[in-house]
Design a protein around this ligand. Sequence first.
Ligand code: PLP
Length: 352
Amino acid sequence: MSYNLNKKLVDLVPYDPITGKYSIRLDANESCFELPEKLRDKICESIRKVSFNRYPDPLSTRPIRAFSELYGVPEELISAGNGSDELISIIEGCFFEAGDTIVNVSHDFSMYQFYAQLYEVNVATYQKEPDLTIDPDKLIEFCKENGAKGLIFSNPCNPTSLGLKREDVRKIISSLDGCLVILDEAYMDFWDQSILSEVNDHDNLIILKTCSKAIGMAAVRFGFAIANKTITTALRAAKSPYNNDSVAQTIVTEILAEKEYLEKCRDTIVASTKQLYADIKALNDKLGCFEKVYEPCTNFVLIRTDEFQKIYEYLLENSIAIRKFSGFLRITAGTPEENAAVIKMLGRYFGK
Ligand SMILES: *Cc1c(COP(=O)(O)O)cnc(C)c1O
């Protein structure tokens, strides 16, 4: 007897998050806010009431209602998933057929390509400009040339931290007849160019939102897909029936109702990111240590540097985890103390 894994599994490179214990974690763009005790107690009280012997609500009605109230989109246009990750997987697996082409952009979130590969969907990658921006006309042209059935990108973008203005996003969507645009607004809470309110005006648009970043609930695994009625009906039908467990649904319903708390967290994170950017830029102006520091519209700062590997390792040795990519470092905005620690260590690395 023998068994050989197929080629796509043999070739699969698994996602490799930083594990290990580090005193400062600025590697995964999580919120720096731990849940306050009062909210924690409230959530625990609600979890006590969960019917643990029963399957969860297959439609996540309560979290979807809470999301609808917070973001002002009708409930019937919202689907829930076990993290945006699951939604990306379902969408790429079900809205495309083997052999179809999806366009992604580089650099962008790696999971888009990861799932497409598993579903034997072709991926054509559009290269951004050298300054990491997207030229909307070139992207439209690229999609047409490749006969794309789908286009997926994050806005603002992880890892570049840069954003495309609303007019440009609208132009891309309306120029691609027959092509499904999957717009990942995971970081849009930190910027002001969302097109969530106009999702129903488009035949070919799905917007993704997550509870893992501005909402501060990465531990819980909850994401939302927002699209017109036709797409939403298909998506709800295609997902596995009990994808969001009752405990997660309970927690997310509670947290999304905390409008003021969430706004305060978001404003603080935006201010923290501005400060982190200013401090890294000041360091760079003084020492000329990096090739470029990008002005972010996210909760993290991207740095272009050839020394990415050495700096990354130096920070790890000092118990600070950040993210590295070939030629780049990405640092999540943390608490004022965490930001100060990373700035101090960067200064020390450059001998100042
Ligand atoms: C972090 C992130 C997400 C969130 O994924 P979850 O599975 O909801 O945690 C989605 N898209 C992008 C671009 C991200 O950076």
